[in-house]
Design a protein around this ligand. Structure first.
Ligand code: MRU
Length: 348
């Protein structure tokens, strides 16, 4: 792992500031939940599993010094603030709710003791995320042949998780299994998670990576050099519809056109059985400044109308398989995803 995305140390949360990568490797330190909420909102940390871990750690910071019914009402306030930061990735609410269940089970503890239990739970969520990624990697690597060129979108790597990555975890696991891997990374407009983050972490790991602008994907797919597409997800519905970074859906359409398998690496924490289909997944819309400005420089007429959805939904019929830490799900996803979720130990 090139760098720690997020870490609990000395009763504070440390994160590498992903807005500054790859130019600068700056660590930010947060001592209260408001700082963590701001970090999620402003994209110091991003990526579905990573913000789930961050939110859990934020809860631990938030309830520090509280116990009993005061801890309960404090949790309600902290949970609301953290959950309101970004709407699409279900991992965020999942992480907060898991912390809430631990709180409910430990209301008899004094404040100091309760804080330790909550802190330990947040650290466990962080550790389990890496374990899930490694397990997902093993299952995913089995789908790949001896030599592969993989096209990916956004960053579903170590930086989007507690470490190792989901889609990039499959790439890393394939390499560890002795397979030859190379990656094409979409630059991923407008936030450039591909060219800034995916390229940075793969390059550090000495995994061959070639960046392309998003509008070059069809040409690369048509050239026949891509063996499969692998992406992450922010929320996958019960029927296998996949919400992921804007630009994922066109990639799935193009992959189908060129008979290239389209795989989604999805930890169980990102599968939301309460969403019957992608239609119910809330899609975050971000500031139009991400389109009208580039690094603070005006690149479109002032006052122009913008539309900037941060995620799109890929319909399940375009998804070849969904890789989880419990195994690989194939269509019909309504059955296969439920079976994998049920096989997990509660309360995950
Ligand atoms: O807006 P972001 O950078 O948080 O979006 C991240 C993605 O879309 C990732 O592909 C997704 O979270 C999966 S990460 C394992």
């Amino acid at each position: 792992v090139p760098v720690k995305t997020i870490e609990w140390r000395d009763n504070s949360v440390r994160m590498i500031d992903q807005r500054l990568l790859p130019a600068r490797e700056t660590i930010r330190i947060y001592k209260d939940y408001k700082g963590v909420a701001d970090a999620i909102r402003t994209m110091v940390i991003r990526g579905a599993p990573a913000i789930g871990v961050a939110a859990a750690m934020g809860v631990a910071l938030g309830i520090r010094g509280y116990s009993g019914t005061r801890a309960q009402s404090r949790f309600a306030l902290v949970a609301k603030a953290l959950k309101s930061t970004r709407p699409t990735a279900v991992n965020l609410a999942w992480g907060v709710d898991r912390m809430g269940r631990v709180l409910e089970a430990n209301l008899s503890l004094d404040a100091a003791h309760l804080f330790r239990v909550m802190r330990d739970e947040a650290i466990a969520i962080c550790r389990e995320d890496i374990e899930a990624n490694r397990a997902m990697g093993k299952f995913g690597a089995e789908l790949l042949s001896a030599s592969n060129t993989i096209l990916t979108h956004c960053n579903a790597g170590a930086l989007a998780t507690a470490g190792y990555g989901t889609a990039l975890g499959v790439v890393r696991a394939a390499k560890e299994a002795g397979k030859k891997v190379a990656v094409f990374a979409d630059e991923t407009r407008p936030f450039l998670q591909g060219s800034r983050l995916t390229a940075w972490e793969l390059h550090k790991d000495k995994i061959p990576v070639t960046i392309i602008a998003d509008n070059m994907a069809a040409t690369v797919l048509r050239s026949g050099r891509i063996d499969c597409v692998i992406v992450g997800t922010d929320r996958t519905a019960a029927n296998g519809d996949v919400a992921n970074k804007i630009g994922t859906y066109p990639l799935a359409v193009m992959a189908r056109r060129h008979n290239v398998p389209f795989y989604v690496a999805a930890p169980l924490s990102s599968i939301d059985l309460n969403c019957p289909s992608g239609d119910q997944i809330p899609i975050e819309e971000r500031s139009g400044l991400e389109l009208t400005e580039f690094r603070g420089k005006q690149v479109a007429p002032k006052g122009i109308a913008t539309f900037n959805p941060a995620f799109d939904v890929t319909p399940n019929d375009l998804v070849t398989a969904i890789i989880t830490e419990r195994g690989v799900a194939y269509p019909p996803y309504t059955e296969s995803l439920k079976a994998l979720k049920d096989s997990a130990r509660p309360p995950k």
